[in-house]
Design a protein around this ligand. Structure first.
Ligand code: BES
Ligand code: ZN
Length: 465
């Protein structure tokens, strides 16, 4: 990184924060159709920033929210890097638990609080500013950059999946850079080599044609809420094992080496639990907390409804019940196979007098990236410089649905370099991003382009499979 770039980053630090605040003020909630116009506005905002860098930019319509695509002028003999990120955010309920309003970015204790601060507007913009620093000072980037910033990550990325399948040449690259995750801890950056996959469902049960008196009818017909709780409870046992037939068949067991490596990380379990108000962990028997989070599948009910929720008691036999739930999957598990096994087990367990409807929302497989690549080494150097400490290699429990498709279609695996922290409250009230991490991320990004430029093009990141 040239001294001019260093100076540029220092001189523009406040403006970077102001720009991030501008984007954070746009409530781009992809899941809620009421915010469709705001999602579009966020796309236009990102497109405007990329245009200002002199990239050729397009806002690409999809079946859902638009993609923002930007490309630097092509130079021969240098690697092409695809930067992926998302400008959509999660819903903000429960609103009353936010200390400051979710779309009024607010600084407190060195953090910026707003929905999307870390996931993923703040992290995504580090690469826009890292590129800007080169263009503004040197006049060009040391690599070819393509940005693809989507608006549907939080709802399964279906528009980007379709675009990638139809236009693989446009997104062709040597590696993909993604900052949409976490460091290992404060002051300890990480390169993530594994993400879990996901399979999301909704189950709707209908019994009698209307709510009934539970004294008159109770005991003589199926109660949909009773049925729902039994059907869901049968999916997991008290030791945290998922009971779907065949569910573990494709799970690649953790190797002794990886278990050792996880165990060698400075993980403070007490602190991990304390920051979420707990003192006891719980999960699949026989595994540590890091193993459970990073390398074992899960079943979680995300929402459940049915029956009377008001004051006092009401003796009712409800007509309907439902739930939303999801499985986190590990690499090699197929979300479609899980869906098929689920449907047949639920049908088998559905009692007489109840009709069930199972909706498969979105699913994506997990990912493992090989660490044995010159791009990973380049990213490690850039991170060491910016954060003052070399990264540790971790897996993460979250999912980024498009990453597997990047590997399969573009034959390019991802450099997953998250700048967030586990306590950033992603998807929760009071989401935040450390401003120090934001600026270190921008520095690491500016350094990364130079480090990646030193890798000969065509040297693709190999898959671990
Ligand atoms: N940034 C997260 C993914 C993530 C979370 C990576 C934690 C690493 C650690 C991303 O925006 C996200 O939340 N993805 C969703 C995807 C799902 C809705 C398909 C997720 O993991 O729930
Ligand atoms: Zn998210």
């Amino acid at each position: 990184m040239t001294p001019a770039i260093e100076d540029f980053l220092r001189a523009n630090a406040e403006r970077f924060e102001a720009d991030l605040c501008e984007l954070l003020r746009i409530p781009s909630i992809s899941a809620d159709p009421a915010y469709q116009g705001d999602v579009r506005r966020a796309a236009e905002w990102v497109a405007g920033r990329l245009k200002a860098l002199g990239l050729s930019v397009e806002v690409i319509p999809t079946s859902g929210h638009p993609l923002v695509y930007g490309e630097s002028p092509r130079q021969e003999g240098v690697p092409t890097v695809l930067v992926y990120g998302h400008y959509d955010v999660q819903p903000v309920v429960p609103l009353e638990l936010w200390v400051s309003p979710p779309f009024e970015p607010t600084r407190r204790n060195g953090n910026l609080y707003a929905r999307g601060a870390t996931d993923d507007k703040g992290q995504m913009l580090t690469h826009v500013f890292g590129a800007e620093a080169w263009i503004a000072t040197v006049g060009r980037l040391p690599v070819n950059l393509k940005f693809v910033i989507e608006g549907e990550e939080e709802i399964g990325s279906s528009g980007l999946h379709a675009y990638l399948a139809a236009h693989p040449d446009r997104l062709a690259c040597d590696c993909v850079v993604i900052s949409d995750g976490s460091q290992f801890g404060p002051g300890q950056p990480a390169i993530t080599y594994g993400l879990r996959g996901i399979a999301c469902f909704e189950l709707q049960l209908t019994g009698p044609s209307r709510d009934l008196h539970s004294g008159t009818f109770g005991g003589s017909v199926s109660n949909p809420v009773n049925a729902l709780t039994r059907m869901l409870a049968a999916l997991i046992d008290e030791r945290g094992k998922i009971r779907l037939p065949g569910f573990y068949d494709d799970v690649v067991p953790l190797t002794a080496k990886e278990r050792e490596q996880f165990a060698s990380l400075p993980f403070d379990e007490k602190h991990y639990l304390a920051q979420i108000g707990l003192s006891e962990p719980f999960g699949e028997e026989g595994y540590t907390t890091l193993e459970r989070r990073w390398a074992r599948p899960t079943f979680d009910i995300n929402g459940i409804w049915g029956g009377y929720q008001g004051e006092g008691a009401k003796t009712v036999l409800p007509a309907q019940a439902g739930a939303k739930f999801s499985f986190r999957l590990v690499p090699n598990q197929d979300p479609n196979k899980v869906a098929a096994a689920l449907e047949s087990m639920l049908r088998q367990n559905c009692p007489p007098g109840i009709s069930m409807k199972l909706i498969s929302h979105h699913g994506s497989p997990g990912v493992l990236v090989s660490l044995d690549s010159p791009y990973i080494a380049a990213a490690a150097r850039a991170i060491s410089q910016a954060f003052g400490r070399p990264p540790v290699f971790t897996r993460e429990g979250g999912s980024i649905p498009i990453v597997t498709a990047f590997h399969e279609v573009l034959h390019a695996d991802a450099l997953l370099i998250g700048w967030g922290q586990d306590d950033d409250n992603t998807h929760s009230p009071n989401e935040k991003f450390s401003l120090a991490d934001f600026h270190r991320g921008i520095r690491a990004s500016a350094q990364l382009w130079e480090e990646l430029a030193a890798v000969s093009p065509g040297n693709r990141v190999a898959s671990a499979d």
